[in-house]
Design a binder for this molecule. Structure first.
Ligand code: SAH
Length: 345
């Protein structure tokens, strides 16, 4: 096992059966070894700095019905909201004062957010804060739409592929959503010039260890600029309510492996990881992650963007309490940086 891990650290590449071997058979001590190598690799490129992103959840209105997601169209218990342009700009202003230099606009696929409206929002953010990056995470759109948003000033786009296995994708989504289309969107984003983020859930329903090995093969091939992975967490109003949450330990080991596969990737310690484990955020950082995304949405809507049960939005997860996050990170030897935190290519 140590030989295999050393090989990964040296070559940044393994074959599927070798990834599978690690995923299936690594002990706690092996995982700690992977984490130490991943931390060293991260520090080589990004030092001990952790990048922060202000996450603004612009709408929980969504036309899709992803089986795992709490804001899916058919969830009648979800109290819907969308932010007005003015509110989004106010969030950015507040975030700027707090020290954020990246704003992430995430939301459901809400038809209200036409290209025109979004381009106006993006260009106004860039006008007001020319030293900031804008990241969008608004689901699938056409090539032309992605291009217009890019031309309006958007720098990055997060679109998790959710699973690298097409048949698995079909178990997590209704028929009108297609894995090929999702992958095509990722290719389009890259073609246009965005810094592109993909990602997947760990422990989602019907996921096997073989599929996790395929995730790593996919990451090795696609080489995303960012990669968001977090444990699946059930939501009470979805048909996956009866499934177990994914494991923080496995998520952390996969974070370490992804860091070693793709040393310069921007890797968040996600809110989902912080939700399944009290010290999940810190464990993620210690496993090789280097990004955290505190919540910068208006406090009045935070409880409404419930992708899964008990999603954190307070304490160190909240942008206003950045000091708490800084203290937690300082305790593990990391500092928060105020620069944009672009990917090193
Ligand atoms: N509509 C956007 C944003 C989706 S929400 C898009 O399609 O990209 C952001 C991410 O939350 C999703 O990509 C998914 O991976 C994650 N997510 C949704 N439901 C979840 C759940 N129950 N547990 C863990 N993560 C979840």
């Amino acid at each position: 096992m140590r030989k295999l891990i050393d090989k990964l650290a040296k070559k940044h590449s393994l074959c599927r059966s070798e990834y599978l071997e690690i995923i299936k058979n690594a002990t706690c001590a092996d995982a700690a070894y992977l984490a130490a190598l991943a931390r060293a690799e991260k520090e080589k490129h990004y030092g001990k700095e952790v990048f922060i992103r202000g996450l603004i959840e612009v709408s929980n209105i969504c036309k899709n019905d992803c089986y795992y997601c709490g804001i899916r169209k058919s969830n009648q218990n979800c109290e819907r909201y969308r932010l007005a342009e003015e509110e989004i700009l106010e969030c950015c202003n507040a975030g700027y004062e707090l020290g954020f230099r990246t704003f992430v606009l995430q939301g459901g696929e809400d038809a209200y957010f036409t290209d025109e409206r979004l381009c106006s929002i993006v260009s106004k953010i860039k006008e007001a804060h020319s030293d900031c990056a804008v990241t969008l995470s608004l689901g699938e759109r056409t090539f032309e739409s992605y291009k217009r948003l890019y031309d309006a000033g958007a720098d990055r786009y997060l679109l998790r592929h959710e699973t690298a296995t097409k048949t698995h994708y079909e178990k997590l989504h209704p028929e009108n959503l297609s894995w090929d289309k999702r992958m095509e969107c990722l290719e389009n984003l890259r073609k246009i010039g965005y810094q592109v983020g993909c990602g997947f859930m760990v422990g989602s329903p019907y996921q096997s260890v073989e599929m996790l090995a395929d995730e790593l093969v996919f990451i090795e091939k696609f080489k995303p600029d960012m990669c968001g992975i977090g444990p699946f967490i059930p939501h009470k109003d979805t048909e996956f309510s009866g499934f177990c949450a994914g494991s923080a330990t496995l998520t952390c080991m996969l974070l370490s492996m992804i860091r070693l596969i793709h040393p310069t990737v921007l890797l968040p310690a996600t809110t989902a990881l912080g939700t399944v484990s009290d010290d999940g955020r810190e464990r993620g950082i210690l496993s090789g992650a280097n990004v955290v995304m505190p919540n910068l949405s208006p406090v009045s809507v935070r409880k409404k963007y419930m992708l899964y049960d008990n999603k954190l939005s307070s304490g160190a997860e909240s942008a206003e309490e950045l000091d708490k996050l800084k203290q937690k990170l300082a305790a593990i030897g990391c500092t928060v940086t105020a620069n944009r935190g672009d990917v090193k290519r």
